[in-house]
Design a protein around this ligand. Sequence first.
Ligand code: DX5
Ligand code: ZN
Length: 209
Amino acid sequence: MKVAPSIMAADFSKLSEEIKSLTALGADIIHLDVMDAHFVPNLTFGPVVIEGIRKLTELPLDAHLMITDPDKYLEDYINAGCDMISFHLETVQNPIDIIQRGQEMGVKMGIAINPPTPVEKAIPYIERIDYILVMSVNPGFYGQKFIPETLGKVEYLRKHYRELTIEMDGGINGENAPLLKKAGVDIVVSGAYFFHSRDRKKALTLLRG
Ligand code: DX5
Ligand code: ZN
């Protein structure tokens, strides 16, 4: 599996070093958790910080928008240099419209589904999206415990949509990564496990499953 470290768990006092080290360690993607203290009870960063990160790395930037109005701010994230953008289905009235707008501007678009959201809700959009982000914790904080029941959604999606790119996010570590791989995940996000590891190189290898 590809690994996307979530910089929310990085050391922000030396963010530049943290970002630059990811290429040398062999990370595939950088996962950016955008929180607005409204859709989720936590606040992180927005397009200005992402624009700065863009200057530090060639790795694809994957923005996970946990904000109430992604429709309104989509262009800001694209202009900041994101390569992949996911939004939560609950936050938009017309998902096809935002998916299309992003894709026309050259960005891969994904939809995120929370643990209580049934996978059926995503089905009407599957043919249109570039990837699906299956949440394995309730969004808002890093360092939460993996919810194993969410793997059933991955198994279902892999069975019915062989070509779909599936990203999983929340509570992933070296121990549960093989289960994700078996279920059919393509990209794993990791915050606490990766950034708080003493040996990040080893953590990255184990996260591949
Ligand atoms: C949770 C975020 C995750 C989180 C991952 O709301 O979407 O991306 O930062 O961190 P861990 O791997 O610690 O759960
Ligand atoms: Zn995330």
